[in-house]
Design a protein around this ligand. Structure first.
Ligand SMILES: [Zn+2]
Length: 185
């Protein structure tokens, strides 16, 4: 048994390309599971083939993915409506466009979260808890957008950061996807 383990370890050490393949598979299944709405280009180009340092190779690969994640164009669409029975008195009045969020905004967020089953509207990330999610107004106040449920989308931590970022260094944003991918190195 010990010999088998030894030979396995030995083999892994001597086949560094295998190691990249394992990493690649982990990354690939992670992206499909965590961000299913985005189709990533995972092609390996010459730059990767020429790079012999495995760590650099993996880092370059992660950069390529994170860049695609940031660049992914989000098409803002009016969201689904919900059954009238789920709405409450005052819902209509509080839905009108206003610079200030209405008092019942948390209730609206909950409704949008359950309507979407906790799935991020931009990338498809499934969130377990409402506290992990963010809301996004499809049409903002200046565009005449109100707080009606059809105008509220649910976003994950990363997508919210990307869409609300006003900092020029978007590629230096702290993103969960980057942390997660670095865990595979
Ligand atoms: Zn997302």
């Amino acid at each position: 048994m010990l010999d088998k383990i030894k030979s396995f370890l030995f083999q892994k050490d001597n086949h560094k390309s295998d190691n990249f393949d394992v990493f690649f598979d982990l990354v690939n299944s992670y992206l499909k599971r965590e961000h299913p709405k985005i189709s990533f280009d995972l092609s390996i180009d010459d730059k990767f083939l020429k790079e012999e340092n495995l760590k650099i190779k993996k880092t370059l690969f992660i950069d390529k993915i994170v860049k695609q994640f940031i660049d992914f164009e989000y098409t803002k669409k009016t969201q689904e409506t919900v059954k009238k029975e789920l709405l409450w008195s005052g819902y209509g009045i509080n839905s009108s466009p206003n610079i200030k969020k209405p008092q019942d905004f948390l209730r609206r967020k909950e409704l949008a979260f359950f309507r979407e089953n906790g799935v991020c509207n931009r990338c498809g990330n499934k969130m377990e808890k409402i506290t992990d999610s963010h809301t996004f107004l499809i049409h903002n106040f200046e565009e005449g957008g109100g707080y009606n449920i059809e105008n509220i989308a649910i976003l994950c931590f990363d997508c919210n950061k990307i869409l609300t970022n006003e900092d020029k260094n978007i590629f230096e944003l702290h993103l969960k996807i980057r942390d997660d991918l670095y865990d595979f190195i």
